[in-house]
Design a protein around this ligand. Sequence first.
Ligand code: ATP
Ligand code: MG
Length: 287
Amino acid sequence: MNLSKFKVIYKKKIDIDDFPTDYSGGFKSKEAAEKRMHKNIEKTSILQDKLYAHDKYALLIIFQAMDAAGKDGAIKHVMSGLNPQGCQVFSFKQPSAEELDHDYLWRINKSLPERGRIGIFNRSHYEEVLVVKVHDYIKYAKLPEPLINKNIWDNRYRQIRDFERYLYENGVITVKFFLHVSKAEQKKRFLKRLEDPAKNWKFSASDLKERAHWSEYKAAYEECLMNTSTKFAPWYVIPADKKWFARLAISEIIAQTLARLKPFYPKLNEEQLKNLAVYKEKLLSEK
Ligand code: ATP
Ligand code: MG
């Protein structure tokens, strides 16, 4: 499947509406897509095992989206075939008082995956150029006043680019998904959450508050994506009106990204191999 059309090109101006929200990728049925997704998950699981044994690279997967775009479900599916020992998920909410007493990457740094592991971020440092920009929360960031100037967002894009490049050059490979849901589909999903007792808990009053800022979020996402989709940490705009397609596309990109790293089981040197033979003999000669 060619997913390069969903990749954002660095510094190329985008209108997010030019990216599809409703897309099936040529799959005739949900079942066919799910079959393919399970194949990808199997591949990913084998690669994860090697990633863990190799213990050099880490993979960081970032999810950003408007509410009800399906982040949680996508994460659940991505995780489903993985060895939990080699996988961590972190969700980023409004920063705590302690977090606000540090630079904004402090809490991110603390949550980065260790070598050999896959780390998943449900929201991320990108909130710092999205919700913070849309609601002008920068005033709570405790920054020195001269640093809050007209360059603040461009500076943050640069800081994020540099940070992700630094990670890349240290073996932490980042891949970023924006789950692209239409405003109409979001409305449908909110209504479902309001009507279905099993889903009521998922709805929060702030969801409607954020929906009212749709066009500001759209603009913030466009700026953010084009300024931070680098070759070191690309953004993919994933059509998310059909959950099964979003999950398939994500599973495909993750499998491809891991495969490119070519992780391998550590090879033993001659002496270690000799030792194995000795250990084996010892075990076999046990009385
Ligand atoms: P759900 O889909 O279940 O609603 P969620 O990711 O929206 O999941 P919530 O607990 O509803 O989780 O919301 C977390 C909130 O925290 C979001 O509204 C997000 O914008 C906000 N948030 C995250 N990081 C920051 C930040 N750095 N500054 C301000 N708000 C933030
Ligand atoms: Mg929410």
